[in-house]
Design a protein around this ligand. Structure first.
Ligand SMILES: [Fe+2]
Ligand SMILES: [Fe+2]
Length: 346
C-alpha cells in the first residue's frame, strides 16, 4: 500500500509554486523586442525562422509567442499542422499559403489565419524573398498540456488525416449526447472560419480612443479562433491614443512609421519590425513620433478565450481600466493619410 510521506503542508507547496511562477515570469519580462536583433535561422521546413518571443529561442512566455519567417523565391515549405492556432501578417514579398488543401495568395500587409489542426504550407513564386510574422497561442496551449505539432514533409494533403472532429450526436437527449452535439457544431463552425484578410478589404474606423482601427483577425469579421484577435491601429501624424491599462499580454508590432509608448514612467521608442510588450498592469499610451507620416501598429492578444475567462475569474477586479474621461486627442479637422501609405509592393 502506498503511504503518503509528504512533510510540507498544502499551504507551503502552493505558496512556493506561486512565487516560482511569478519569478520565472519576471525574469523573462521585457517591454520591447527589437526587429533588427532577431536572428534568422534555417530550419528543415525549407524556411528561415527568427524568434521574437518563444521558449524555442530562450525567450519564453506563458500566453502568446511571436516568430519571424522568411521564404526564398522558388521555395515551398513542408506541410505541417498543430493543435494551437496562429496568424501570419505579411511584412514584405508575396506568396501563397495552402490551408487544408486550399490556396490563398498574399502580399504585404495581408493577414492569414492558420486554424488549429489545419494542414498548411507556404510557397514563394516571386522574385524576392517573402517575410511574415506569426503570432500564436502555442505557450498557452502547452500550459494546458494540449500542444501537438506534426510535420508531413511534402505530402499531398489529400493523403493526410483531416482535422479531428467530434462525433455527430445520435438522437439522445442526455448530457452525453448534448455534449457531442454541442462540440460537433462548434467544430463545424470552426472549420468555416475566415482564412485570409486582404489588407485592401480592411475597413478602418476612427475610434473614441483616438486611433483609426481595422480588424485583421476577429470574430466580428468571420474568424473562429482559439482566442487570438488582431487589429491594426493607425495614429495620425503628431497624435496618440488615450491612456489605459489592463492585465495579460497585449503586443504591438510596428508596421510603418515611428512612435513611442509610455508605460508608467518608461518611454519606449519603436519603428517597423519592433514588438512592444505591454504586460504588467502599467498605464500606457501610444504616440506617433512624426508630425507628417502615419504610424501603424498591430495589436495582438488572446482576448476571446484567456482574457474573457480571466475577466470572469477575477471579477470584481476590473481587467481593463481607462480614465473616467478619455484623454483622446481632439480629432476635428484631422486629415487622415491614405491607409495604403507606406505599404510595400509585393
Ligand atoms: Fe504552422
Ligand atoms: Fe493597451
Amino acid at each position: 500500500m502506498a503511504e503518503t510521506r509528504t512533510t510540507t503542508s498544502h499551504y507551503s507547496v502552493q505558496k512556493k509554486r506561486r512565487a516560482d511562477v511569478l519569478a520565472y515570469w519576471k525574469e523573462h519580462q521585457r517591454t520591447i523586442v527589437r526587429g533588427d536583433e532577431v536572428v534568422m535561422v534555417d530550419t528543415p521546413r525549407g524556411m528561415r525562422r527568427g524568434v521574437m518571443v518563444s521558449a524555442d529561442g530562450d525567450k519564453p512566455s506563458v500566453n502568446l509567442d511571436a516568430n519571424v519567417h522568411e521564404i526564398d523565391p522558388g521555395e515551398v515549405s513542408t506541410v505541417h499542422r498543430h493543435s494551437w492556432d496562429a496568424m501570419a501578417f505579411v511584412v514584405e514579398g508575396s506568396g501563397w499559403t495552402e490551408v487544408d488543401g486550399r490556396r490563398h495568395d498574399w502580399k504585404p500587409w495581408d493577414t492569414i489565419y492558420l486554424p488549429g489542426w489545419a494542414w498548411h504550407r507556404h510557397g514563394n513564386e516571386g522574385t524576392k524573398k517573402a517575410r511574415f510574422i506569426t503570432f500564436s497561442v502555442q505557450p498557452f496551449v502547452e500550459l494546458l498540456g494540449l500542444a501537438v505539432l506534426e510535420d508531413a514533409g511534402h505530402a499531398d494533403v489529400a493523403t493526410l488525416a483531416p482535422r479531428p472532429l467530434t462525433t455527430e450526436a445520435g438522437l439522445g437527449n442526455d448530457p452525453y449526447s448534448n455534449r457531442m452535439r454541442r462540440l460537433n457544431e462548434k467544430g463545424l463552425e470552426q472549420n468555416e472560419s475566415r482564412i485570409l484578410t486582404a489588407y485592401d478589404d480592411v475597413n478602418f474606423r476612427v475610434s473614441p480612443r483616438g486611433a483609426r482601427s481595422g480588424f485583421l483577425l476577429d470574430s466580428s469579421i468571420g474568424n473562429r479562433t482559439q482566442g487570438l484577435t488582431a487589429v491594426m491601429h493607425q495614429l495620425a501624424p503628431g497624435l496618440y491614443q488615450s491612456r489605459h491599462r489592463h492585465g495579460g499580454e497585449a503586443w504591438l508590432y510596428g508596421v510603418t512609421g515611428t512612435g513611442y509608448s509610455i508605460e508608467d514612467d518608461e518611454k519606449i521608442e519603436w519603428g517597423p519590425g519592433d514588438l512592444v510588450v505591454v504586460d504588467h498592469w502599467a498605464w500606457h499610451q501610444h504616440f506617433n513620433a512624426s508630425k507628417t507620416e502615419l504610424a501603424s501598429l498591430i495589436r495582438v492578444h488572446n482576448f476571446d478565450t484567456l482574457y474573457m475567462g480571466m475577466s470572469a475569474l477575477m471579477a470584481p477586479l476590473n481587467l481593463f481600466e481607462e480614465l473616467p474621461t478619455l484623454d483622446a486627442p481632439d480629432l476635428t479637422g484631422v486629415e487622415w493619410p491614405d491607409p495604403q501609405a507606406g505599404r510595400p509592393s509585393g
